[in-house]
Design a protein around this ligand. Structure first.
Ligand SMILES: [Zn+2]
Length: 88
């Protein structure tokens, strides 16, 4: 299944000067989870991840590094391409 994760941190916790969000806020090495895309909205300190996994525990492990400085919402989303959706 594919999920959209919206992760928000406070400006005082911004990781831009301490290695960046990929080092501080997420664990990209979780087995069974594929990080498919990332979108960053700098003005609101919000990062959106598209991940694919069949196990919710993998999402928990993915977000664990930023657990104490971020809030995250996790939403299941379609894994169909736009072309596949338009055919229906
Ligand atoms: Zn930030």
């Amino acid at each position: 299944m594919q999920f959209m994760i919206t992760q928000l941190h406070d400006p005082q916790d911004c990781p831009k000067d301490i290695g960046g969000f990929r080092k501080v806020l997420i664990n990209e090495k979780v087995k069974g989870l594929k990080l498919k895309n990332i979108y960053v909205e700098h003005g609101s300190h919000t990062i959106v991840y598209i991940v694919e996994t069949d196990d919710y525990n993998n999402i928990v492990a993915f977000l664990e590094p930023g657990m104490m400085t971020c809030t995250s919402s996790i939403t299941p989303v379609s894994s169909m391409t736009m072309a596949e959706i338009m055919k229906k």
